[in-house]
Unconditional design. Structure first.
Lengths: 199, 195
């Protein structure tokens, strides 16, 4: 596979959230506002690219038995960087995302990519794959939060679209709507690609 | 924080269910909920690990990390504590209760990467709970998670053989069912608020 192929397959055809149903905890939790989703997505892209790179670089030196622990520690170090960066430069954003930044560590997408791709492929390809999975994740987050913020607050990225007459649907801000929007999205994609989900 | 620990315990089960309102532990929730029996096994394992690790992480955070000014290491330390405890629990259970080991055994390794466990430990720190409150919150969240996965397993058993629209089977229908469950749980939300 060349790099372009790796990228597009990762973003669309093998999209982690929709096709493999991985990493949906944070996908649901931070999508009440688009800006939250964007920051979360960037954090995941950063962690995925660098952890894939590191894991791929040291893949021939890590003993098979302890590789999970090694991967977790590498991922956790990059997540700590994201967390400290947010705390230092965007304290409000850090408070809004709360524990979900730390939960990038247990995001199955990152472990999944490390295990399925970085463990077997060259460093450059692994970075491309991480970038693709991260971009795919961010896209899905933005789609979900677009729907939720539009109807829940009548705005996009905090800019009011509907004006004052709009009565916000408070259900869109609450938990159930996140499940419904993601369910409809997955349903739509499965229908479009005529694939039966095995999850 | 002056909330009664019993209140926290029940609130963690109903009004702020770890899965239905905080969306934690979704991955294993969706993939293991096919059978009632295995859901119960995983749910019990989560409950057990959550209760103990929330106590352990509270002690480590407040008596080791804070005095040494190493708070920024909390993620790494928490994940190591969880992984180590799960490993230890697996060995102890295997040694002393083979029967329990057969029912819980295969689920224990899965728990290390269950975000509900790490999430609860992080919530403890953010909400500044005391020790008793932390344990109550951990145990309550575990039971809440057990409830949620048992309910989904029941629903999926009913839906399994029914006609579903194309592409709906699998993740989509499970998420829709979860959404409806979350709607029902919102009904509790006026009772008590802990966050």
């Amino acid at each position: 596979m060349n790099k372009k192929q790796i990228f597009f397959e990762g973003v669309f055809r093998d999209n982690s959230i929709c096709r493999q149903v991985l990493g949906i905890c944070s996908a649901l939790a931070v999508t009440n506002l688009m800006i939250n989703s964007l920051v979360m997505g960037l954090g995941v892209i950063w962690t995925l690219c660098l952890s894939n790179l590191t894991i791929s670089l040291i893949r021939s030196y890590t003993p098979k038995r302890v590789r999970m622990m090694v991967q977790t520690l590498i991922i956790a170090s990059y997540v700590i960087m994201v967390d400290i960066f947010l705390k230092a430069f965007y304290p409000e954003m850090s408070r809004a995302l709360g524990p979900y930044v730390g939960l990038i560590i247990t995001n199955c997408i990152i472990m999944g990519r490390a295990e399925a791709f970085a463990q077997k492929n060259s460093p450059i390809d692994s970075v491309v794959d991480g970038l693709a999975a991260g971009v795919g994740y961010t896209l899905v987050l933005l789609i979900i939060s677009f729907v939720r913020e539009l109807f829940g607050f009548g705005s996009i990225f905090g800019i009011s679209v509907f004006g004052d007459w709009w009565v916000s649907w408070s259900i869109m801000v609450m938990a159930p709507s996140a499940f419904f929007v993601l369910a409809l999205l997955i349903w739509g994609l499965n229908y479009r690609y005529r694939l039966d989900d095995k999850a | 924080m002056e909330i009664n620990s019993y209140v926290i315990f029940f609130a963690a089960i109903f009004t702020s269910n770890i899965l239905l309102t905080n969306f934690l532990g979704m991955c294993s929730y969706l993939s293991v909920s096919r059978e009632l029996e295995s859901s119960f096994g995983l749910g019990m394992a989560v409950f057990f690990v959550l209760t103990v690790t929330s106590a352990l992480n509270y002690i480590i955070y407040h008596y080791i990390l804070v005095p040494l000014d190493l708070v920024y290491l909390q993620y790494i330390v928490f994940i190591i504590v969880i992984a180590a405890f799960v490993q230890l629990a697996e060995m102890v259970i295997e040694r002393f209760s083979p029967l329990l080991y057969y029912s819980l055994g295969i689920f224990l390794p899965l728990i290390t990467v269950n975000c509900a466990i790490l999430g609860v430990s992080l919530f403890l720190v953010i909400r500044q709970y005391s020790f008793i409150q932390s344990v109550a919150y951990g145990a309550g969240s575990g039971i809440g998670w057990l409830f949620a996965i048992m309910m989904l397993a029941g629903i999926r058993n009913r839906v399994k053989d029914k006609y579903l629209p194309k592409g709906m089977a699998g993740a989509a229908i499970s998420l829709l069912a979860t959404g409806i469950m979350a709607l029902a749980f919102i009904g509790f939300s006026g009772v008590v608020i802990i966050q």
